[in-house]
Design a protein around this ligand. Structure first.
Ligand SMILES: Nc1ncnc2c1ncn2[C@@H]1O[C@H](COP(=O)(O)OP(=O)(O)OP(=O)(O)O)[C@@H](O)[C@H]1O
Ligand SMILES: [Mg+2]
Length: 274
């Protein structure tokens, strides 16, 4: 699992406002193929900006001021994401990298059925697929994320928040991307539903081999599901380590502060290290 999927070097983003905000500062990291990388850090530290920046999803006043992002495609090609034009990037984003946005479960179109919205992804990106083939693919996706194909005709308001979030995940998985970026995908859901969805994502990535960048404030949750965790503070990654290592031997003062702000967890920690 040490083969890299994404290599990020000295990546910086500034919001060009008065005064300018250095939201991401010379971030360097390597994402491995098939891993779940958790990105933790308090509100405003730059997690979303980094995640958007990697996929060139940022809009003005955001400016990428330096660094490089290279995607090591399964085909063997190394793709410099900063060098793609708008159209290439649009295709790349669905095919190779997909994103589940912060608050995504409210992003479904309320007047279109779940099935039709899934179908659209194939219609646009896989024009060679026939109608029946698309339908089978949509049904299969809904089964994969445990929504069930009988929901094809349902409208978003007929589904629970958890189900809607699963549909968004199904869309993100539709074209079998190599990387899925999830920004606070489950924070609006109750804890049990959240854990169930995450278990499923973890299973699916074993099945399909995609990598996940998973963003949340919820460090205990990250410790549970991530292979490695990057801790971000004021636009910088202050520590990146195996989840267990980070938990047992945090190197950076700030990581220790973050860990100790979860009392339940530190209680368990005493038991773990014994
Ligand atoms: N459009 C914008 N214009 C100016 N500054 C911005 C803009 N968007 C974000 N910022 C600033 O950039 C910094 C990083 O914001 P970002 O949204 O990436 O943080 P985050 O870690 O995702 O926070 P959260 O956990 O609350 O989602 C913050 O200081 C924020 O105020
Ligand atoms: Mg954010």
């Amino acid at each position: 699992m040490s083969e890299p999927l994404l290599t990020v070097r000295d990546f910086s983003v500034v919001y060009d406002v008065e005064p300018p905000v250095e939201a991401v500062r010379e971030v360097t990291l390597e994402l491995r193929r098939g891993e779940i990388l958790g990105l933790a850090g308090e509100s405003g530290c730059g997690k979303t900006t980094l995640a958007y920046g990697l996929q060139r999803l940022l809009r003005a006043p955001a400016v990428i001021t330096g660094g490089s992002v290279v995607f090591h495609d399964a085909s063997g090609d190394d793709v410099d994401i900063n060098a793609l034009d708008v159209e290439q990037m649009r295709r790349f984003r669905w095919d190779k990298i997909s994103m589940v946005f912060q608050g995504a479960m409210n992003a479904l179109n309320p007047v279109t059925s779940i099935g039709a919205q899934l179908d659209d992804v194939f219609l646009v990106h896989r024009p060679d697929m026939g109608r029946r083939e698309r339908r089978r693919a949509c049904e299969h996706l809904l089964e994969l994320v445990a929504v069930g194909k009988e929901r094809m005709r349902s409208y978003p308001h007929e589904l629970s928040g958890g189900m809607r979030q699963r549909v968004m995940i199904a869309m993100a998985l539709a074209l079998r991307p190599q990387l899925m970026v999830m920004d606070e995908p489950t924070t609006a859901l109750d804890v049990l539903v959240q854990r169930e969805i995450l278990r499923q994502i973890s299973q699916l990535r074993h099945e399909f081999g995609f990598s996940v960048i998973f963003i949340t404030h919820d460090l205990p949750l990250l410790l549970e599901i991530s292979d490695r965790i990057a801790v971000m503070r004021s636009g910088e990654i202050v520590e990146l380590a195996d989840a267990r290592e980070l938990w047992e031997r945090p190197q950076h003062e700030y990581t220790r502060t973050l860990l100790s702000s979860f009392p339940r967890l530190t209680g368990e920690r005493g038991v773990l290290v014994r």
